[in-house]
Ligand binder design. Structure first.
Ligand SMILES: [Zn+2]
Length: 187
């Protein structure tokens, strides 16, 4: 049989099987003959070897997928549909040590013993409960040099919530900025 014809016949055969399976509703879940069954490692190896170098049966073929399937594939590639497992994977990949702003886990370091409510109150009152950067109300005490053990008055500054968060990024810039601000105020 000429190659093209064989190919055509093979395609036709697969289409027929697929149609029958869909018609009898045996393709999905428990109805699938392979439901709950897995290939052994050896079998997988065998399949892999036999497929090596062969061209996937659907390569370059047009009209073998319905528009619905194609649309779903497009959405998956666009990232609109992510499985829960996939989302968890991404989340794990970008959090903690893998996060671009990871600072070595210093966020979890304990504050020093001296950093107590009394000291916080003192700094807030010193800074009039105002964010020393924008002037808005604020009562977040920020460690200027990011050293939570350093509780010298001049190393502490009162900030609003927004700037307290922002100060976690571009640390060098903020450290310089707040140091100068405190110096200017004679602290
Ligand atoms: Zn502010």
């Amino acid at each position: 049989m000429p190659k093209a014809k064989t190919e055509q016949a093979e395609l036709e055969r697969r289409r027929k099987i697929s149609k029958t399976m869909i018609e009898n509703d045996i393709t999905k879940g428990k109805n699938n003959p392979r439901y709950g069954k897995y290939h052994s490692k050896k079998t997988k190896q065998k399949i892999g070897n036999s497929l090596k170098g062969s061209i996937p049966w659907n390569k370059g073929k047009i009209g073998i997928y319905s528009e619905k399937v194609l649309e779903k594939n497009r959405e998956v590639h666009k990232g609109l549909i992510l499985s829960k497992k996939c989302k968890e994977k991404i989340s794990r990949a970008v959090s903690g040590k893998n996060h671009h702003n990871w600072q070595g886990g210093i966020g979890k370091l304990p504050y020093s013993w001296g950093f107590n409510n009394q000291l916080k109150k003192e700094i807030r009152e010193r800074d009039s409960y105002q964010c020393q950067f924008c002037g808005k109300f604020g009562k977040c005490i920020h460690h200027i040099n990011y050293n939570k053990k350093d509780c010298k008055r001049k190393k502490l500054i009162n900030l609003c919530v927004g700037h307290n968060v922002e100060a976690n990024y571009s640390r060098e810039k903020w450290e310089l900025c707040f140091t100068v601000l405190n110096e200017l105020r004679g602290i």
